[in-house]
Design a binder for this molecule. Structure first.
Ligand SMILES: NC(=O)C1=CN([C@@H]2O[C@H](COP(=O)(O)OP(=O)(O)OC[C@H]3O[C@@H](n4cnc5c(N)ncnc54)[C@H](O)[C@@H]3O)[C@@H](O)[C@H]2O)[C@@H](O)CC1
Ligand SMILES: Nc1ncnc2c1ncn2[C@@H]1O[C@H](COP(=O)(O)OP(=O)(O)O)[C@@H](O)[C@H]1O
Ligand SMILES: [K+]
Length: 488
């Protein structure tokens, strides 16, 4: 507990300094529940009091961790028990402080806040405190799932102990957590492996395909794309362009001539295949499909992938064409609405709101039911392997929620699938090197793609508007940025 509290207090100090604030004389209120989470918060506040901060503890449950409360009092902290009568007054006083530490509930929570604690948090959230730091997990967020019991005080920073909890890496929990800082407290070897894995840029540097000296276009992977239609020409143009800049040996485009002309005007490197495609190592099927001819091409390609054992990235309209059970090297890329329909195909009746409030649960369920890798798009992208492993990538920014952004993601994924299919995902390769087992490698490939898409989008946006085309144009530079981390 001392290590956790120390890590929390240090993080508060760093955050204040980064804001250009002095530590001595600044004010902090810790909202402390009765369990060990409150104990961590009180010990941390005691350390901050000893550094000259004005500290208040609002006890949300009447009692508090006895040793931590004693340490807090001994350090000169002021104690305020919360009750029905003083909620408003304490909310206003707390919102005026330089820092609020949320230490009401941690991993021992059952359900969310209620009573005066819920009222206090709801009132504080409205008052927008300057800096909220959550202790271990924002109170009300389920640490194991990211499911959220409102109200929750949105944190700028969550200081968590031992390892990043799944609830901090899956929406809606991630949306309440801000940046996540992990403090090692010496119990790491005894913890089970984390339920969610997030690839870092160092992981990406190890995993990205890199052409060998004697590479030629067929050994680098050929991706076949069935996308777009007379109505949605842009989906074809964007997905082919994105595939083409994501490092395959070649892109073959299948579609009507009118669309192909526009695709080739943008990406002259692509090959148009009116109907019978040449050899491909992986497929991208679905963005912007419309009309019976394009749907038929997608069906034929899906069948070819099934018969030939090739990976297929299946998006948008092509999600309707899936067999009951997919091969494990297929990557389905629904957004929350499409996941709702996908689950409906296996008699799981849910709404989009259900999916958005339980992202981890439903992405896992979809992978289990379809047998494929399922990549659920959103601010945080979750990628579930049918074997049960889930990756979580959150590298983009909200400006990326723009028409065609998903088509670009499809192109990146199709190209990566072709590259890895051509080079193999062998047992002694880089995936094994970072502890990714054979049954979770296609999910890792999808996580690599989601991460590249996010990084490219963030670079294209800076902190302002961007377009899908601009995201695609940033992909080669994103590869170069990642390669700088090789052996770093
Ligand atoms: N497990 C460990 O090894 C470590 C745990 N630590 C801290 O301990 C925390 C977990 O502590 P606890 O197990 O005491 O649990 P919590 O501090 O999360 O809270 C549990 C207490 O709150 C009550 N409670 C549960 N749900 C409630 C609700 N909805 N409304 C009001 N009260 C509720 C429980 O009856 C219990 O008394 C972690 O989050 C972390 O901050 C750290 O000190 C480091 C080590
Ligand atoms: N708030 C957000 N922050 C970051 N990325 C986002 C956000 N919202 C959506 N995205 C990403 O943008 C893309 C949108 O894809 P999609 O929903 O298929 O849109 P479209 O069909 O218009 O291309 C996905 O990759 C998704 O992860
Ligand atoms: K907390």
């Amino acid at each position: 507990m001392q290590r956790a509290a120390h890590g929390l207090a240090n993080a508060v100090v760093r955050e204040l300094r980064a804001d250009g604030r002095r530590i001595y004389g600044s004010s902090v209120t810790v909202l402390a529940g009765k369990g060990n989470n409150g104990g961590d918060g009180l010990f941390a506040a005691a350390m901050l009091a000893r550094r000259g901060m004005r500290t208040t503890a609002v006890l949300t449950a009447g009692s508090a961790h006895p040793d931590a409360l004693a340490a807090f009092r001994a350090a000169g902290g002021r104690v305020q028990p919360l009750d029905d009568a003083n909620v408003e007054e304490l909310a206003v006083a707390t919102a005026g402080d330089d820092v609020v530490i949320d230490a009401i509930l941690g991993t021992g929570a059952r359900g969310g806040l209620n009573g005066p604690a819920a009222e206090l948090v709801a009132a504080l959230q409205e008052l927008h405190p300057a800096l909220v730091v959550a202790c271990d997990v924002p109170s009300g967020v389920d640490a194991d799932t990211g499911e959220t019991h409102w109200p929750v005080l949105t944190a700028r920073l969550t200081v968590t102990f031992g390892g990043a909890k799944a609830g901090l890496l899956a929406d809606p929990g991630e949306g309440c957590s801000g940046r996540v800082h992990v403090v090692q407290i010496g119990i790491e070897d005894h913890l089970p492996s984390p339920a969610l894995r997030r690839l870092t840029v160092h992981d990406l540097a190890k995993l990205l395909p890199h052409p060998g000296r004697r590479a030629q276009k067929y050994t680098r992977g050929v991706v076949g794309v069935v996308a777009g239609s007379a109505r949605y020409t842009g989906a074809a143009a964007l997905s082919v362009e994105a595939a083409s800049v994501s490092g395959p040996g070649m892109v073959r485009y299948l579609g009507p001539e009118t669309v192909a002309r526009q695709v080739l005007a943008r990406t002259p490197e692509a090959i148009w295949e009116p109907d019978e495609p040449g050899r491909v190592q992986a497929w991208l099927l679905g963005p912007g499909l419309d009309g019976s001819d394009q749907l038929q091409r997608a069906k034929d390609a899906l069948q070819a992938a099934y018969d030939g054992g090739q990976p297929a990235v299946v998006d948008a309209g092509a999600l309707e064409l899936l067999p009951e059970r997919c091969p494990p090297n297929w990557i389905l890329t629904p957004h929350a609405g499409e996941l709702t329909s996908l689950l409906g195909r296996s008699e799981v009746r849910v709404t989009r709101d259900d999916v958005e409030s339980r992202t981890l649960h439903f992405v896992r369920l979809a992978a289990e039911h379809t047998g494929a890798v399922v990549l659920l798009k959103g601010a945080t992208t979750l990628i579930a392997s049918p074997s049960g492993t889930v990756f979580s990538q959150s590298d983009g920014n909200p400006w990326m929620s723009t028409a065609g952004s998903g088509d670009v993601l499809g192109g990146i994924l199709g190209a990566l699938a072709a590259s890895y299919a051509a080079s193999g995902l062998g047992d002694d390769g880089p995936f094994a090197g970072i502890g990714i087992g054979p049954e979770e490698r296609w999910a890792a490939v999808a996580a690599v793609g989601a991460s590249i898409h996010g990084m490219a989008g963030k670079a294209a946006s800076g902190a302002g508007p961007t377009t899908a085309a601009a995201i695609a144009r940033e992909v080669p530079e994103t590869f170069r940025v990642i390669h700088k981390y090789v052996s770093a």
